[in-house]
Each structure stands twice: as structure tokens, then as C-alpha cells.
Design a protein around this ligand. Structure first.
Ligand SMILES: *Cc1c(COP(=O)(O)O)cnc(C)c1O
Length: 385
């Protein structure tokens, strides 16, 4: 298929001659109203009603006991890892196919990643690959701690990522975690509005992280959230992301080392307004995904559809080209013509910091990296649902 036919199709869908970005934020609700009101109130920072409102919205929406708003998704992941008991010199299973934030959080928690392959069905962590790595390279010590044979380091957690909002095989991964005393933490940064067997993503792990960065499905400018299954975990997460200050009329007393990772009220106000548009965003994205899917049926370029157990938010639409050359050719030509297409992230195991990390066979990750292209996926007002 010729690049021009695809770029023409994308231009027709978005009905514009301007540059079409990969994913732009869209403000078509009460954003102006709530942000202006916050400015007028002067409560733009660490105090104000919108942070709590935003957290309550997500507790209700996802069904977790406690949601804690943070400055960004990376800090949400870092705190999740630390509260799950990950510390210096520990190991954490994750994917080589992910955005760098996942690994930055592991490093910030003092640990190192072990990279597991993904499957072609979900683009996320492959349970067989995880199982096989544990079987061949790890052992449970007599205290029940999983350790890497080669170094005897403790492996504490599994941090899978739901790529582009498509759910991984959570039941299978959960079972492996239980059998091996591993904490499950979901990187659900891309997954607001995605469901696995009817349950919102980020509700199966003990902790999970969401992101509200500018390129995500809804945004607070920058921001994140820790979803906690357990109320006590949630209270602790709130405490250590807000300087661990004990409540008092006027005194400053902090009872442990902690962070200033709280989301400012100004950002939360934007988030509350964005949340009101979420259903509309999700509907629009499904229509866009169907539009792409139908178009690509006859092209020889393969559209990636949600796994059959999933209801995905289709945060970013993705296609597979037949080989690396046709992928590169398409990326070059489409970007030259003002269409924001992107490859998937360079695999973590190809970055200087992680090239010598422990890893499983990564053939699926490599296969995907060679062929995948993300297509413009912003809210598209001229599509009818
Ligand atoms: C966006 C994102 C994050 C968090 O990013 P922040 O910019 O820190 O909010 C983490 N993991 C993945 C996979 C992401 O896409």
C-alpha cells in the first residue's frame, strides 16, 4: 500500500490541511470554568477542593479503596514500588517494550529491572515468558523470597504495562505472582477507561499508576495517580507523597522520610473538568479505531485490535507494516507530509542503561519494534458515534 493513500485517509478523517499531531489534548468541557475559578480562589497549590474531588472521581470510577493524586505518573510508580517493599538492590520484572518511565521508576526505587517478553496478542507482558524465566533462572529461598540464581538478589515485584491501553493477561500474571510471592503493580499510565474482563485496569495489582500527562487520554497538564486496592496502603501513599506531615493546627511534625509529590489544586481542577468528558472521549476513540480498522482491512497493513477479553480505550491506534523498511519509509513520508506518526519506543534493552540487564528471550518485542507504527489518535470531533 502506498503511503499517500494512508496519509490521504488520515487527512480525510481529521478533515484538515494542518499538521495532524499524534495525540493532542482536547478541551471541550468546563476546563476554562474550573481553572479560572481556581485562579480566582488563589488556591492553586497544595490546598484546595479539586485534589480530593479528582481522587474521589477515580475511586468511584475504578472501584479501588483509595486513589492518590501525584505530580506525574512516574512518581506514582516509584511510590507504588517502594510501598510494595521494593528497595535497594532488589529486582523487578517488567517489559523491554515499554516507555522509559516504567524503568526510571524502578531505578528511582533503587532496584533493577529484569526484562520479560510481551505477546503479540496484547503487546504487554507474556505470562509464558515470565513463567519460563522464573522456572529456569530463579528459586524460592526457605523464607519464600524469590531470588535470581545468578546473583541471589531478591525479586520483589512484577510491573507489567498495558500498552496503548490494551490490557495484558492479568489473571495469568496474577497467578504467577501469587505462586512466587511477588507483588503485582500495574503500569496503567495509558489505560484510563480500559477494562479487563469488566474490571477497570489498575484494580488487580496491590498498587497501580495512572498518568495525566498532556498526551494521555485525559490530562491535568502533568499529573499521575496511585490506585490502591487496600485502604491502609492508600493512606500511607497519601502520607508519603505529601511530606509525611502529621495533622496539627500549626506545628510542623513529619514522622518519616517522604516526598512532595502531591498534585497541585490547579492541575486537579483541569483534571476534574477533563474527567467529565471522559465517556465522550472513549466513545469517540472507539469510533476512530473502527474507522481505522475498516480502512486497513484491504491494505496489507495490519491494524492492532484489542484482545478478546478486553475493552480497550484505544489511546493510541497502531498498525503493523510487513517489515522494517516499509515501516521506516512510512514514518519518513508521513512525517514529511505533516502527519504525526511514531514508531513504538526503542526497547529498554537497547538503551545504554539497560543493555546488560537480565532478560528473557525477547523475540516478540523485537518483532513488534520492527513493524509497529502509531497513528494520529486525538479526539476527532467530526466523527459521529
Ligand atoms: C505516560 C507514561 C508513564 C508516566 O509518565 P509521566 O509523564 O511521568 O506521567 C508511565 N508509563 C507509561 C507506559 C507511560 O506511557
Amino acid at each position: 500500500m502506498k503511503t499517500e493513500a494512508i496519509t490521504k485517509f488520515i487527512r480525510d478523517v481529521y478533515d484538515t490541511d494542518e499538521v495532524i499531531p499524534l495525540h493532542a489534548p482536547s478541551f471541550h468541557g468546563r476546563e476554562d470554568e474550573l481553572v479560572s475559578e481556581t485562579l480566582e480562589s488563589t488556591f492553586v497549590s497544595s490546598v484546595g477542593k479539586y485534589v480530593e474531588q479528582f481522587e474521589s472521581m477515580f475511586e468511584e470510577y475504578t472501584g479501588v479503596s483509595k486513589a492518590v493524586a501525584t505530580v506525574n505518573g512516574t512518581s506514582a510508580l516509584q511510590v507504588s514500588l517502594e510501598l510494595a517493599g521494593v528497595s535497594n538492590n532488589d529486582l523487578v520484572f517488567t517489559q523491554s517494550l515499554t516507555f522509559i518511565a516504567t524503568c526510571n521508576a524502578i531505578s528511582q526505587a533503587g532496584a533493577s529491572p529484569i526484562f520479560i517478553d510481551v505477546n503479540l496478542n496484547s503487546l504487554g507482558m507474556c505470562p509464558h515468558s515470565l513463567e519460563e524465566f522464573i522456572h529456569n533462572k530463579a528459586y524460592l529461598d526457605n523464607e519464600g523470597i524469590l531470588r535470581l540464581q545468578e546473583t541471589d538478589q531478591a525479586i520483589k515485584a512484577v510491573l507489567p504495562m498495558h500498552t496503548f491501553g490494551h490490557p495484558i493477561q492479568l489473571d495469568e500474571i496474577s497467578k504467577i505472582c501469587k505462586r512466587n510471592n511477588l507483588e503485582l503493580i500495574e503500569d496503567a499510565a495509558e489505560s484510563v477507561g480500559s477494562y479487563y474482563k469488566g474490571k477497570h485496569l489498575g484494580t488487580q495489582g496491590r498498587f497501580s499508576a495512572l498518568s495525566f500527562n498532556g498526551n494521555k487520554i485525559i490530562t491535568t497538564g502533568g499529573g499521575g495517580m496511585i490506585l490502591c486496592k487496600d485502604k491502609d496502603d492508600g493512606n500511607l501513599a497519601k502520607h508519603i507523597t505529601t511530606t509525611a506531615k502529621l495533622k496539627h493546627k500549626y506545628e510542623f511534625f513529619h514522622d518519616q522520610n517522604a516526598y512532595n509529590y502531591r498534585m497541585p489544586n490547579l492541575n486537579a481542577a483541569l483534571g476534574c473538568a477533563q474527567f467529565e468528558n471522559l465517556d465522550q472521549m472513549l466513545k469517540n476513540k472507539r469510533v476512530l479505531a473502527e474507522t481505522y480498522e475498516n480502512f486497513f482491512k484491504t491494505t496489507g497493513v495490519q491494524f492492532f485490535s484489542e484482545p478478546d477479553y478486553a475493552l480497550s480505550n484505544y489511546w493510541l491506534n497502531a498498525v503493523f507494516f510487513s517489515d522494517k523498511d516499509s515501516k521506516i519509509n512510512f514514518l519518513e513520508e508521513s512525517n514529511d507530509s505533516g502527519i504525526g506518526t511514531r514508531p513504538i519506543w526503542t526497547l529498554m534493552t537497547e538503551l545504554p542503561m539497560y543493555k546488560d540487564s537480565f532478560q528473557s528471550d525477547l523475540s516478540n518485542s523485537l518483532w513488534i519494534e520492527e513493524r509497529l507504527v502509531c497513528l494520529p489518535s486525538s479526539y476527532c470531533p467530526n466523527l459521529k458515534d
